[in-house]
Write a protein of this length. Structure first.
Ligand SMILES: [Zn+2]
Ligand SMILES: [Zn+2]
Length: 260
């Protein structure tokens, strides 16, 4: 499968870095993990046919992971009304808000659903999606535990090859809640891990014990302070580490991640 780092910034977009958004291509399908920028714009920018879109998975409700859904659904509901795809949210409030947004956008004063082919789904701690290309499983994190809301890491497995990529989602400050995802100890081909809420010293022990095959750091802040610390951490790990930037594209095979 192919992974494009569409947006690798932390909570605030930076020069050359959009907010969190990752595009996965497997077989005929296209899937997004988080949509801090418009997923329909991302498909246009990277030359991907929007009719391939199957699902968008959000890790939690913060706008730097969901804000692009506004533009994504409006554009596709208007331009490609027959396109069927799913969007997974983490709270019912988000589903209700986006339904209202669509109704307002398309002027449906009587509550009609202007985009019946876009299915809004509530994610839970389990495999939430499976088609002929991928399975997608949600794993709980404690990022929003302090305000009583759910948040998740997301595991995407390609069914034909067994290749797998795990996204940490956002984690808790200094990993105080011990919410390093248990799944990140497993031999996944790529672990895409945030680094805005803690320092390398908070996670290095977990990473040293992990069986993952490679690590991409994303959602990095503050960049200047943490970059040298990440470089130092990388020298202690048994697998390749890189700091992802917008536009990075990799092929994820079983046991190997190759830049494209
Ligand atoms: Zn975030
Ligand atoms: Zn967050």
């Amino acid at each position: 499968m192919r992974l494009t780092f569409v947006g690798t910034s932390h909570g605030i977009p930076q020069k050359d870095r959009f907010c969190s958004c990752y595009m996965i291509e497997s077989g005929s399908g296209v899937y997004f993990v988080d949509a801090g920028v418009s997923f329909s714009d991302a498909m246009r920018d990277y030359g991907v046919d929007a009719s391939r879109l199957r699902a968008v998975f959000t890790t939690h409700s913060h706008s730097d992971h969901t804000g692009g859904i506004v533009a994504g659904i409006s554009t596709l509901a208007w331009r490609m009304p027959d396109l069927k795809f799913k969007i997974f949210f983490t709270t019912q409030e988000m589903i209700d808000a986006y339904r209202q947004y669509l109704a307002a956008t398309f002027y449906c004063p009587n509550g009609e659903n202007p985009a019946p082919n876009i299915e809004f789904c509530l994610a839970w701690c389990s495999e939430v999606f499976r088609d002929e290309n991928v399975s997608v499983t949600y794993h709980p994190t404690a990022h929003l535990k302090n305000i009583g809301l759910p948040s998740y890491g997301i595991l995407v497995k390609e069914l034909s090859t067994g290749a797998s990529v795990l996204f940490s989602g956002d984690l808790s400050y200094e990993l105080r809640e011990n919410d390093y995802p248990a799944e990140a100890a497993e031999p996944h081909d790529l672990f895409v891990c945030e680094m805005a809420h803690f320092f390398p010293r908070h996670i290095e022990g977990y990473l040293a014990a992990s069986a993952v095959k490679s690590l991409a750091i994303t959602h990095l802040w503050p960049v200047e302070e943490k970059l040298p610390l990440i470089c130092d951490m990388a020298t202690h790990l048994a697998y390749p580490v890189w700091v992802a930037k917008d536009g990075d594209v990799v092929s994820i095979e079983r046991g190997e991640v190759k830049p494209l």
